[in-house]
Design a binder for this molecule. Structure first.
Ligand code: B12
Ligand code: SF4
Length: 500
């Protein structure tokens, strides 16, 4: 069968497509795990953000897919619906499958859409079995993790939801390597270097209230063998990647394993690549003395730190206190953030600082404290607002407190404030972040210049134009109210969301 897998073009403020275009790891993994006789193509629509309609039309005409699969996050749901309608208009008999976080966690919202199958949770085995069943003309009732339309029998609007599939333990080699050759488009980049994504583990045993992971797969942590990980890194390198993003949910859950992975990367001579990883502050703070130099030797350059917030009360709301706690001789010694940042900086790595501002108890002062912290200590701010994604504990909290101000899901991109605090309206929270964060981003330009001068010379005007869109010379000089520039930015952002 011909299969076309699409990831959505929607990006958000901290991932401007002019400088950052990353592949969707889930789709290449699915492509690598269907039976080999299928012709699978993967298209990451982020690569053609300005030409979605033409590109999808061309791909459908050229590849003539019988099955089209879409990977969807919540803020991409509206775009996904539009892509579905477009493909249907081109090829009405195509079978549609959707997967990823949004369909998995809000399947009921997809029942009215013009689709045939919904894959909940991990997709490799479920999708493989789905294709087998379609090909053989068999029923779907035995496929775990699958929801499907069955207008004949079921009562629930024609939908049948099979029992969930347990998360794969990953250790037996059943989940094969991703198939990068399936990619139909080119142009992946992370600040001028070709980028790819790698997985070494899946899952997390924490339960931060804003995170979708627990509802998606339960509290567990399963790992791939190092041989597989190294083979995956080599494959990404052989496909041209020079920067690798480790997309593990929480690679630092097992610090000893992560240290051994760094050693393995060095021993395999793969430390000439740049690595970007998401990390827990407590792991870095508690093991930084040995871990940070080792990471540096293995090629780690950027570390995304889930700081979340510098105030204890906010950490409590976010249920993120445990992963941000430093320990000395088994004693809790307070917030781990500064210690973690210090270890990373001392070893010439850069901190992408993940902070969440706009929590229910936040005041102007508490938000300012976090912004000031970011200004002083992080190299690249990644400040977001709490966003009520389907089925997270936080969503229930916000709903119970009546704080959700905006139900337009296409704006649930993390940098649009959609919830108010008990003290400030959502828009004010967003204004404060927007005003401060644009300038912080400019501080990192010299660092990028030293690493990739050509990229900076050729892309800085575009990057700045993106970061400061809405601003004018007058607003920069203080001759115009910043709020006017902010309103213009909001209008531009709204127009950008019309991808199809
Ligand atoms: C890595 C990652 C990123 C990377 C993305 C790199 C990339 N291009 O892949 C970066 C840092 C850029 C990123 C950014 C964002 N992310 Co993110 N990210 C993750 C993370 C940590 C892992 C995702 C991953 O790659 N997993 C590995 C792959 C193999 O698994 P997978 O994607 O789930 O795919 C499997 C299944 O879902 C399923 N599947 C997926 N698609 C499909 C399609 C079909 C047809 C089928 C059959 C199956 C299927 O099968 C796959 C294989 O098993 C998750 C989860 C977490 N713990 O936080 C969040 C997560 C996905 N991100 C999220 C969000 C919201 C964002 C942002 C909007 C804001 C933010 N929080 O940073 C931005 C938007 C990005 C953009 N487009 O501009 C949310 C999504 C919530 C939701 N309900 O939509 C998550 C769940 C985090 C959270 N807050 O809970 N993210
Ligand atoms: S530690 Fe990270 S992956 Fe784990 S629940 Fe918290 S935010 Fe999610």
């Amino acid at each position: 069968m011909n299969v076309l897998l699409l990831s959505m073009p929607d990006s958000f403020e901290h991932m401007p497509s002019v400088g950052i275009r990353m592949p969707n790891g889930g789709l290449t993994s699915i492509a690598g795990n269907v039976d080999p006789h299928h012709q699978v193509a993967v298209a990451d629509l982020i690569l053609v953000q300005q030409h979605v309609r033409e590109t999808v039309t061309r791909l459908v005409r050229d590849l003539e897919p019988q099955v089209v699969g879409l990977s969807i996050m919540t803020f991409q749901r509206r775009t996904a619906e539009r892509v579905i309608e477009l493909v249907r208009s081109l090829k009405p008999d195509v079978k549609f499958a959707v997967g990823g976080y949004d369909p998995s966690l809000a399947p009921e919202d997809y029942q009215g859409m013009n689709i045939d199958y919904l894959i909940r949770g991990e997709g490799e085995v479920t999708f493989r079995e789905l294709l087998r069943a379609i090909e053989a003309g068999r029923g779907f009732e035995s496929i775990g993790g699958l929801s499907y339309r069955d207008d004949g029998e079921s009562g629930e609007g024609g939908w049948v939801h099979n029992p969930a599939r347990s998360p794969h333990r990953l250790e037996d080699g059943e989940v094969r390597l991703p198939k990068r050759d399936a990619r139909a488009l080119t142009g992946y980049t992370f600040l001028g270097r070709q980028v790819d994504v790698i997985e070494t583990s899946r899952g997390c045993t924490y339960d931060c209230s804003f995170c979708s992971i627990i509802e998606m797969r339960g509290r567990n942590f399963f790992t791939y063998s190092f041989d597989r990980v190294l083979a995956d890194i080599r494959d990404a390198r052989d496909h041209g990647a020079r920067t690798l993003f480790l997309v593990d949910d929480n690679i630092m859950l097992n610090v000893r394993r992560f240290e051994a992975l760094c050693e393995a990367i060095i021993a395999a001579g793969l430390n000439h690549l740049d690595y970007f990883v998401q990390a827990m502050t407590s792991s870095i703070a508690n093991h930084g003395e040995t871990l940070a130099p080792l990471m540096k030797r293995a090629g780690f350059r950027y570390v995304f730190l889930g700081i979340e917030n510098i105030l204890d009360s906010d950490l409590e709301f976010l249920r993120a206190a445990a992963k941000n706690t430093a320990r000395d001789n088994g004693q809790n010694t307070g917030n781990a953030t500064l210690k973690a940042i210090d270890y990373l900086h001392r070893n010439q790595m850069y901190v992408v600082g993940g902070l969440i501002v706009g929590n229910p108890g936040d005041t102007r002062e508490s938000i300012e404290a976090n912004l000031e912290f970011a200004r002083r200590y992080v190299d690249w701010p990644y400040i977001q607002h709490p966003t009520p994604y389907p089925r997270t504990p936080m969503t229930k909290d916000f709903r119970d407190q009546g704080l959700i101000q905006n139900e337009r899901l296409e704006e649930y991109d993390g940098t649009t404030a959609v919830v108010r605090t008990q003290h400030l309206p959502a828009e004010e929270v967003e204004f404060m972040r927007w005003k401060a964060e644009r300038w912080m981003k400019t501080h990192h330009i010299p660092v990028v210049f030293r690493h990739d001068p050509w990229f900076v010379l050729t892309h800085t005007p575009k990057m700045l134009a993106h970061t400061f869109r809405g601003s004018s010379i007058r607003s920069a000089l203080g001759l115009e109210d910043q709020r006017k520039a902010f309103q213009r930015y909001k209008e531009i952002r709204k127009a950008e969301r019309e991808y199809v």
